[in-house]
Structure formats: structure tokens, C-alpha cells
Design a protein around this ligand. Structure first.
Ligand SMILES: Cc1ncc(COP(=O)(O)O)c(C=O)c1O
Length: 461
């Protein structure tokens, strides 16, 4: 007898317990943090760039699930591909045959980087990075990886070794032998590669933490330097890839950059199925998989699974048919330039930067005495509190989800689904302007909330 399993009934019966279940069985700090900042919402439904709560209020998503929902939620083409692949009852993951979908997705993905030849499919961004680190070390026969300050490449141990923030690393040592260099500093890079033990530099062309961009010419010059010293360039495009910055890959903004390895994940499956890809040059793969004995030397049980591959193919097809990358470039530029125009109006606003639909809004020390004392009070308690003070009313009052871009940074990051248009740009700019108006009036609820954040920061010390 088959046991009946009714997902709808289970959710109807127990869905309301979501926060309690999380508190009891999962990372209990998540519900605690959400309650503290009033983010403990119950979202019932989602589509495109919006969620809805039980009362039917819509929320604009400017976070895209940390970038995985590149096409927004529940894209009909991706959804259909997933239904189709389940209905096809494929003999997937036999592990001793060659399925068609991984080959087809690899072929299609490689068409966006003609200088690269082969793909390894894993299940997440960090796994794509782990693959690249291993491949680079094996192919060069050298141990050390260079990474950039502020870098984020995932949180498994190898990726953590190339993480630019102590907050993530502390307590997990010893990690791999790796060394940080400042993003854009070619002299520092040269000093390290000259030592002769460097396998690769891993770099995000636009950093996820803080939205710092590699300066013009850096990637190309770094590549030449690395190659001269028989080391590799790894581009981590986990967040920036698949059109986020207005090009398929962010390294493509600069002429002549041809990374030896490229890490892809997040948006590749449209947010439905975990997926990761390490894309690289033929000689690297040939070296790693140099004999039949080594066929499984780097592999993953769920890698290349049919659902992830079908979703990936559907996503790449939609990127082309709906001209999604061009939309990210145009809509991103419209949003960035309208926000940048506010820098002169608001003294708390320091800079708006980024490319395509990856935008950083940085706050800074105001000029006027009246605001400066409040700013200083926040900074003394903890850096990043002002950005938090903006993110909260954006959700509470304007129903827009955003995030602070990294610990101790006064930067908000916008990484909405790449399908947003004028309506969403208007809604965000209007809401942001209203929050900035409040902040500059210097009184009222916003700064009261700031004082609450200060008290909490002090209590957490
Ligand atoms: C640039 C970059 N690399 C790697 C990762 C890790 O990806 P995942 O969370 O899928 O392991 C992230 C995640 O945010 C990322 O932004």
C-alpha cells in the first residue's frame, strides 16, 4: 500500500508554524534576526519580481534570492521545462551512461565564452569555486591561491580560504594557503606571483560585498601577469554571470579578458534547482582527467542531474528570446543614473555605483552638524547601521526587499530579477527618495529606529 502524501494539506495544516519550526530545528538566529528588524513576514505567493502576503499586499523583490532568481519567480518557460523533464521519466543519474542534457547545456553555456572548452557541473556556487581551485592547483602544480580583499566566493572550506572577511573565517582555521591582495593593485599581485608558488588569482569582476568593481584594465593586466608566471585567472561569475551586469559575463566588459576558469551558479537554473558550473580551458580539464583511472577524481553525486540541466537550458533560451541581458543593461542604467542624481540632493548619500542590475548605494558622513552627530552615534555602535536603518523602512513602509551589502559596510545592494522595467524603477526610486527625505529631516521614526539598532548593537558586544 502506498502512503498518501499530500503536500498541499501539510502546508495548509502546518504552514503557520514556519517560524517556530525554524527556531526549533534550524538556524535559530534567522527567525531571531528577522523578528528583531521586523522582517518576520509571511509571504504566501510569488511571481516575477513580486511576493504577496496573506492580505494580498505586493512586495517588490530587489534581492532575487541573493541573485538566483535572475528571471524572477516561476518563469513559465523554466517551469514547463521542469514539468516536462519529470514527465519524461528519464534514466537520470545512472552514473554509468552519458545523458544528453548535460552535453547540450555545456554546449550552450560554452557559446558565451568561445575561448573556453569544457564544463564541470556541480550543485552550488561554492562547489563551482571549489572545482576551480582544485583544477587550478592540479593544472599548475602549485599550491597558493590569491584572492581580493572583500571577496566572497562561498562558505565551504576551500572557498572560505579565499574569503576577504574575517567575520566569516574566524574560528575555522587552518584554511588553505591563500593570500589576499587589494582589488586593482597590480604591484601587490606581482609581488605575490613572483614568489613562484601561485596557482591562480580568483576574482569577482564586480564584488558582491560592497559592489566594488575591478578598475578598468585590471583584469587584462592581471591575466598577463599571471600567465607570465604560469598562474591562472579564475573569474567568479556566480553572482555577476548570466547577464546581471549587462553582459553575459561581467569580465566581458573589458576587451581581451579570457579567464582560464569561470565559476557559474545562482541564476543558471532560474532559482529552481541547485546548480553550479566550473567552465574552463581544454588543457586544464585534460590534465585533471588525464587517464581513465582519474575519471571520478572530481565529481559530485547530484552533478548534471536532469532537472538542473533542463532548467539551465530553459533559462539560456529565455535569456535570448526575451533579450534579458539587454534589459539588465538598459534598466540597470536607468536605475543607477536616477539614483546617482540623488547624490547631490542628500548629504547622507555618498555614491551610487555598479553595472547593469547590480547596484551599490553607499552612505557616508554628512556635512551638517545636526545629521553628523546622529551619524556618529550609529558609527560608534557599529558600522553598517545606517544602511540597515534604510533597508528596514524600505520593507516596512514601502514593501521593497533589499539587503545591506556585507557586514560593517554602509552599502545597500540591489540585485533584482533581470526582468524588471520602468514600473519597478519608479517604485524603487520613489520609495528610496521618501526614506532619504525622512532621514534628512533628522527626527521621527527613522532615527528612533536607529537608536534601537544602537542599543541592540551595544547589547550584542
Ligand atoms: C561571487 C560568489 N561566489 C560564490 C558564491 C557562493 O555560492 P553558493 O551560495 O551557491 O554556494 C556566492 C554566493 O553569494 C557569490 O556571490
Amino acid at each position: 500500500m502506498t502512503t498518501e502524501f499530500d503536500l498541499g494539506a501539510l502546508l495548509a495544516e502546518r504552514g503557520a508554524e514556519r517560524y517556530e519550526l525554524h527556531t526549533r530545528y534550524l538556524n535559530h538566529q534567522l527567525p531571531r534576526m528577522l523578528r528583531t528588524i521586523g522582517f518576520d513576514k509571511v509571504y504566501e505567493r510569488a511571481e516575477g519580481a513580486y511576493f504577496w502576503d496573506a492580505e494580498g499586499n505586493d512586495y517588490l523583490d530587489m534581492l532575487a534570492g541573493f541573485g538566483v532568481m535572475g528571471l524572477g519567480r516561476h518563469h513559465p518557460v523554466v517551469r514547463k521545462a521542469l514539468h516536462d523533464v519529470l514527465d519524461a521519466s528519464l534514466a537520470d543519474l545512472t552514473r554509468f551512461d552519458c545523458q544528453p542534457l548535460p552535453g547540450l547545456l555545456a554546449e550552450r553555456l560554452l557559446s558565451y565564452s568561445p575561448h573556453l572548452d569544457r564544463v564541470f557541473f556541480g550543485n552550488s556556487g561554492t562547489e563551482a569555486v571549489e572545482g576551480a581551485l582544485k583544477f587550478a592547483r592540479y593544472a599548475t602544480g602549485k599550491p597558493r591561491i590569491l584572492y581580493c580583499e572583500h571577496a566572497f566566493h562561498g562558505l565551504t572550506t576551500g572557498s572560505l580560504s579565499v574569503n576577504g572577511e574575517d567575520g566569516f573565517r574566524d574560528g575555522f582555521a587552518p584554511l588553505l594557503p591563500d593570500t589576499a591582495v587589494p582589488l586593482g593593485d597590480l604591484d601587490a599581485l606581482e609581488r605575490e606571483v613572483r614568489k613562484g608558488d601561485v596557482a591562480a588569482l580568483i576574482v569577482e569582476p564586480v564584488q558582491g560585498k560592497g559592489v566594488y568593481e575591478a578598475p578598468p584594465g585590471y583584469l587584462r593586466a592581471a591575466q598577463e601577469l599571471l600567465h607570465r608566471h604560469k598562474a591562472l585567472l579564475i573569474a567568479d561569475e556566480v553572482q555577476t554571470g548570466l547577464g546581471r551586469t549587462g553582459r553575459f559575463y561581467a569580465y566581458q566588459h573589458e576587451e581581451g579578458v579570457e579567464p582560464d576558469l569561470v565559476c557559474v551558479a545562482k541564476a543558471l537554473s532560474g532559482g529552481y534547482v541547485p546548480v553550479g558550473a566550473t567552465v574552463g580551458k581544454d588543457w586544464i580539464f585534460k590534465k585533471v582527467y588525464s587517464s581513465m583511472d582519474r575519471v571520478l577524481v572530481h565529481s559530485a553525486s547530484f552533478g548534471s542531474n536532469a532537472q538542473a540541466m533542463a532548467a539551465g537550458l530553459a533559462v539560456l533560451s529565455v535569456l535570448e528570446s526575451d533579450r534579458v541581458v539587454a534589459n539588465a543593461a538598459a534598466t540597470g542604467e536607468a536605475l543607477r543614473s536616477r539614483l546617482a542624481a540623488l547624490v547631490d540632493k542628500y548629504e547622507l548619500l555618498a555614491e551610487v555605483r555598479g553595472r547593469g542590475l547590480m547596484i551599490g548605494i553607499e552612505f557616508g558622513r554628512p556635512r551638517s552638524l545636526r545629521l553628523r552627530s546622529r551619524w556618529t552615534m550609529l558609527q560608534a555602535a557599529r558600522k553598517g547601521l545606517f544602511a540597515q536603518m534604510v533597508v528596514v523602512p524600505l520593507l516596512q513602509r514601502h514593501r521593497i526587499l533589499t539587503q545591506v551589502s556585507g557586514d560593517h559596510l554602509e552599502v545597500i545592494k540591489l540585485i533584482p530579477p533581470l526582468i524588471i522595467g520602468e514600473r519597478e524603477v519608479d517604485r524603487f526610486v520613489d520609495a528610496f527618495t521618501a526614506v532619504m527625505d525622512d532621514a534628512h529631516e533628522g527626527g521621527g521614526l527613522l532615527w528612533d529606529f536607529g537608536r534601537t539598532l544602537v542599543r541592540q548593537a551595544m547589547a550584542n558586544r
